[in-house]
Design a protein around this ligand. Structure first.
Ligand SMILES: Nc1ncnc2c1ncn2[C@@H]1O[C@H](COP(=O)(O)OP(=O)(O)OP(=O)(O)O)[C@@H](O)[C@H]1O
Length: 216
């Protein structure tokens, strides 16, 4: 992929949920090194847009392209270039923290070794809790474990993050900011939602306001 070509793009995108058209006419580009902050009120369609971009649902109109190739022609392999820890943390209550991260890692094509996952847990400050059951963690600690996937998927060029700052304290927020800055410095890009004002400054996020595309 050339350095100026958008990693992910969409043109004239429209989204339908149930019998409602949420938005239409949306053009979008995510360039290497860029962080896009998708904003809009509750119910405006941010999660729905992220799902379209991740290829998990089909637009009512328009196209999503990955490195210039329409997703419907890209085949399943393109998902390896994407890290999308969705809003729900997808952790298994009955597993230990380490086992749960290993499960997620393997599900997403990594070896999921104890060493690799332990290192990722160190980076989110949860190594000492690695043998605790997930059900014993606080919401913020669960969020940190889910975000440890970013450490495992650091090489994935595109991160799609739905409210990643939810439940994080100042230290957790700082860790996520640092992970995003390092990702962008490597040429990676991300699109994220957040109802909380961002503290990320390097790079300064590009705001995409979804309200402008709303269908009344
Ligand atoms: N499975 C579904 N079937 C029908 N409508 C749905 C479905 N999922 C979501 N919706 C509707 O689509 C609209 C957009 O939902 P979405 O979750 O994309 O909004 P959002 O901008 O992410 O909201 P929030 O800020 O509250 O997270 C909402 O009105 C919601 O009720």
């Amino acid at each position: 992929m050339s350095s100026n070509r958008p990693a992910l793009a969409a043109s004239r995108l429209a989204c339908r949920r149930g019998d409602r058209l949420l938005f239409k006419g949306l053009d979008f580009e995510l360039k290497p090194g860029q962080i896009v902050w998708l904003r809009g009120p509750n119910g405006s369609g941010k999660t729905s847009l992220l799902r379209l971009l991740a290829g998990l649902s089909t637009p009512a109109e328009g196209d999503v392209t990955w490195g210039g190739v329409p997703l419907r022609e890209a085949g399943a392999g393109w998902h390896r270039s994407l890290c999308y820890p969705a809003h729900a943390n997808a952790l298994k209550d009955d597993l230990s923290v380490l086992e749960s991260l290993q499960f997620l890692a393997r599900l997403h094509g990594h070896a999921g070794s104890e060493a690799e996952c332990g290192e990722a847990l160190k980076r989110v400050g949860l190594f000492s809790r690695r043998h605790a059951a997930v059900r014993t963690l606080s919401q913020g600690q669960r969020r940190r474990v889910a975000l440890a996937r970013l450490q495992l998927d650091a090489a994935a060029p595109v991160w799609i993050l739905d409210e990643p700052y939810d439940a994080l304290d100042a230290e957790g927020t700082g860790m996520l900011d640092a992970a995003l800055s390092a990702h962008a410095a490597r040429g990676g890009s991300a699109v994220l939602t957040s109802h909380i004002d961002l503290t990320l400054h390097e790079p300064a996020p590009t705001v995409l306001q979804l309200d402008g595309y709303r269908v009344q």
